[in-house]
Design a protein around this ligand. Structure first.
Ligand SMILES: Nc1nc2c(c(=O)[nH]1)N[C@H]1C(S)=C(S)[C@@H](COP(=O)(O)OP(=O)(O)OC[C@H]3O[C@@H](n4cnc5c(N)ncnc54)[C@H](O)[C@@H]3O)O[C@H]1N2
Ligand code: MOO
Length: 402
């Protein structure tokens, strides 16, 4: 039974949330691209101690000030002594401000008298930071569910953390079905190049997964399919298969899933292209669910299945929200596909989306110059000027074709 396209995305995300593993303490150096499982809290006050913003003189009492020492960054500053006359210590940017400091005079705005004493007019504004200026111990710096970005890694380090609470990237195995597939050279003798095996790991990495290396295409026999999926389930949280989702003479995915005792979560989606996609779960040896995503063999349909089922599932497994949709205004009409959702490859120019050519489900040429798919809901038709959702391709900034 087909589910509608929005329902399929929701279902896949919820399946991921339900099956996600426990959070781990991941070293901050390995945490780039993960999702925070717990809020990030300040492990110290920031700054942790009163810290000079400038190179200069920390002074106490009236000037001219007698120099009584020097304090560099990385040391503990003794308090400034009380003296009838004024005293100063030379201070470096980043150094601890001695207790008793009343002002810091910048080096370039100070003078040394012939007797060595310091004179000058400190600026009225405080030239140092005090604990709590940026954060107080225990303050929430980022919520659970935040993406671990380079900026967040730096903040976590500054706030005293060696590890971050996150789930490791889901491991994904790819298995490509089809006796017609070549792994090198041009199409020949009725055979064509495997266009999915080489591309899927790169898409999967951009979706936050850790793809394992795909073996050569699997032979078109039921036994080979069962063995391939069983073997892949042993090494991964999710197995993405390609091809064999229909019921043709050598389409073996459904019988293989039956043999493996899989439970269907989604079996066909009311979307074009991509209709025969599926998502099933299999209980792993540890009792935790493992998943099989059946991506159709037509290459563009496979990418649609990846974005419809695999991306939300991975987001759920990683502890993140469902992947968000954008919004675009259609520059040209895009027909509907009857009761099915139509995903139409587009490029965008500002807020306006333009449909592309070469967008048949067996083609990849349109995909390679697209930023995503305009979503024309089932029963609707897209008119020029209509605002519709955009399903973006998971491209890193700067990668989007212009
Ligand atoms: N009688 C019907 N036939 C088909 C229907 C239908 O409704 N009734 N639906 C079509 C749709 S929609 C799709 S999509 C495909 C899905 O097919 P499968 O998932 O079973 O995939 P295959 O039959 O193995 O391959 C389809 C097509 O894609 C090529 N292919 C497969 N793998 C790759 C790859 N890794 N790289 C490049 N190209 C690949 C394969 O050679 C076929 O041309 O079914 C339609 N049929
Ligand atoms: O998924 Mo099929 O590509 O609708 O042609």
């Amino acid at each position: 039974m087909s589910v509608d396209w929005t329902g399929a995305r929701d279902l896949a995300h919820r399946a991921g949330v339900t099956a996600r593993g426990a959070a781990e303490a991941v070293p901050i150096h390995d945490a780039d691209g993960l999702v925070l499982a717990d809020p990030l809290r300040a492990g110290t006050d920031l700054p942790a101690f009163a810290t000079s913003n400038v190179d200069g003189w920390a002074v106490r009492g009236p000037g001219p000030w007698r120099v009584v020492g020097r304090v560099l960054a990385g040391t503990v500053a003794p308090p400034l002594p009380v003296d009838g006359a004024g005293v100063a210590v030379e201070i470096a940017t980043g150094a601890m401000v001695p207790a008793g400091t009343e002002a810091i005079l910048r080096t370039e705005e100070s003078h040394r008298d012939p007797d060595g004493r310091v004179t000058g007019d400190p600026r009225p504004a405080r030239e140092w930071r005090v604990p709590g200026d940026e954060a107080t111990l225990g303050d929430q710096l980022a919520p659970a569910g935040a993406n671990v970005t380079p900026a967040l890694i730096g903040l976590a380090a500054a706030a005293g953390h060696d590890t971050l609470s996150a789930r490791p990237r889901p491991r994904v195995a790819v298995r490509v079905f089809g006796d017609e597939l070549l792994t090198e050279g041009p199409a020949r003798d009725g055979r064509i190049r495997d266009a999915l095996g080489p591309a899927l790991p790169s898409w999967l990495r951009r979706l936050g997964a850790d793809p394992t290396t795909a073996p050569p295409p699997i032979r078109d026999t039921l036994d080979a399919h069962v063995a391939a999926v069983r073997d892949a389930l042993g090494e991964a949280d999710l197995v993405c298969t390609t091809g064999g989702t229909m019921h043709g003479p050598v389409d073996h995915l459904h019988p293989a899933l039956r043999r493996l005792g899989a439970t269907y979560l989604v079996d066909t989606v009311a979307v074009r292209p991509g209709y025969p996609m599926l998502l099933a779960s299999v209980s792993g040896p540890d009792g935790r669910a493992r998943f099989v995503a059946g991506l159709p063999g037509n290459p563009q349909s496979a990418i649609i299945a990846l974005l419809t089922l695999v991306a939300p599932l991975l987001a759920g497994l990683r502890g993140g929200p469902p992947p968000p949709l954008g919004e675009v205004t259609l520059g040209e009409p895009i027909p509907g596909r009857g009761g099915d959702t139509h995903l139409s490859l587009v490029r965008v120019d500002g807020p306006v989306a333009w449909p592309l050519r070469h967008v048949g489900s067996a083609m990849l040429r349109g995909l390679s110059s697209a930023v995503g798919f305009a979503v024309i809901a089932g029963g609707a038709t897209g008119r020029a000027g209509d605002t519709v959702p955009l399903l973006p391709l998971p491209l890193t900034p700067g990668e989007a074709p212009r």
